[in-house]
Write a protein that binds this ligand. Structure first.
Ligand SMILES: C[S@@+](CC[C@H](N)C(=O)[O-])C[C@H]1O[C@@H](n2cnc3c(N)ncnc32)[C@H](O)[C@@H]1O
Length: 380
């Protein structure tokens, strides 16, 4: 019996707890497993669970096969005319046996497909070819996979001491505004490459035509703003990002003939130098990179920058429903831990933070592909 001053753990309710304990007793018993596999009515369930567990066991191998295919440019090698095993070996520089293993694995994962003696992109391989942003994301995962090589060490690690943190230097820097051009070039290019699919979803879900001036906070090299302005010819833009990133955005607006419609400003969210005059602010893939205290400051800065009656768009993957469970609870939880800053959040948590920052309303808007982005529209 625990002493009086020790709080007893709260369980989720009598009946459910009893059921969970009964289920645990059965499922942890080898005798039960032998019975369930032998009995024809439970056998399909056992097989399904075995496959699910094996999928988890082999998941890391799946990722590495994908990474190898992209590093060796296998998908582009087989595109169009197709390629034989010998041709793939030639072009990748792998020995024939290693090529055969890679091709067999890629076929099983639907990255490749056989057509007689030739190999061509499979349905998932073809979808990857269509999405250079996803390819770029996968390629930069090499640093993340290196960190995941010892997951327990990763979980014990203090922030900033990982390969991924070295890639995203602002995430753990004490002075992000002083990042150098070298510090920001790789991640800024990656963000620009992967932004196209995000802005497509945002444009399909939100009508920008009622706005006059949009401020994209942490706008990177300006891909989001460029696409939004191209789709809304009367709109003007302001891009705000770290000085080294902002100067890359300035160059890209000059090259695309948009500089007359866009003001670019370098600075930090946390230093109170946000430009004013916008009736719409966007935070695209920003809040999840920051821990709660920093995310609150960013929302407050967005609120202060906005004109009265203006709106804020929060666009990033959010925990909602089944689709995002694997993405947020598994993937982003670990990715952002390895990066050294930030956390995935639910729609409810983001809404609450926005209201706390001063917004009067915060409403989720459904998107065609919640895996790419969710959206919350907040009103000042
Ligand atoms: C994950 S990227 C997203 C970029 C862009 N919004 C997109 O979705 O492609 C985060 C951006 O926030 C910028 N950033 C990080 N810390 C910042 C800070 N303290 N002040 C201003 N910008 C910052 C980074 O330079 C980077 O461009």
């Amino acid at each position: 019996v625990p002493p009086d001053n020790v709080a007893l753990p709260v369980n989720g309710g009598g009946l459910r707890s009893r059921w969970l304990r009964l289920r645990e007793r059965c499922l942890t018993s080898p005798v039960f497993h032998r019975f369930a596999l032998a009995f024809p009515l439970t056998r399909p369930v056992v097989r399904k669970r075995q496959a699910e567990l094996f999928h988890m066991v082999s998941g890391f191998v799946h990722s590495q096969v994908l990474l190898a295919c992209l590093e060796l440019d296998v998908l582009h090698t087989v595109r169009g005319e197709g390629a034989t095993l010998a041709q793939i070996a030639d072009l990748t520089g792998l020995a024939p046996d290693a090529t055969r293993r890679l091709i067999e694995a890629a076929r099983a994962l639907r990255l490749l497909e056989a057509d007689g003696e030739l190999y061509r992109p499979g349905d998932l391989g073809a979808a990857l070819i269509a999405n250079p942003g996803v390819q770029a994301m996968v390629l930069h995962h090499k640093a993340f996979y290196a960190d995941l090589g010892d997951p327990v060490a990763l979980l014990r690690q203090s922030k900033g001491n990982t390969q991924l943190a070295r890639y995203w230097r602002y995430a753990t820097s004490d002075d992000p505004a002083n990042s150098s051009a070298d510090d920001v070039s790789a991640y800024s290019d990656l963000m620009a490459e992967s932004q196209r699919m995000v802005v497509c979803e945002v444009l399909a879900a939100y009508d920008f035509s009622t706005h006059r001036r949009v401020l994209d906070m942490g706008g990177g090299q300006g891909v989001f703003l460029r696409e939004v302005l191209n789709a809304n010819p009367t709109l003007e833009g302001i891009l705000f990002d770290l000085p080294a990133v902002a100067s890359r955005a300035q160059t890209s607006f000059e090259q695309t003939g948009l500089s007359a419609r866009v003001e670019v400003k370098g600075g930090s969210f946390f230093e109170g130098d946000m430009p004013s005059g916008a009736d719409l602010v966007s935070l695209v893939r920003i809040l999840h990179d920051h821990d709660d205290p920093a995310a609150r400051l960013i929302l407050k800065a967005a609120w202060q920058a906005l004109q009265p009656g203006g709106k804020l768009l929060i666009c990033e993957p959010m925990q909602m429903g089944k689709v995002s469970a694997h993405m947020c609870d598994v993937y982003f939880n670990f990715y952002l831990h390895a990066m050294g800053s930030g956390t995935p959040r639910s729609v409810g948590a983001l809404r609450e933070m926005a209201l706390e920052a001063g917004f009067s309303r915060a409403k989720p808007v459904s998107t065609r592909s919640p895996m790419i982005t969710g959206i919350i529209v907040c009103e000042k």
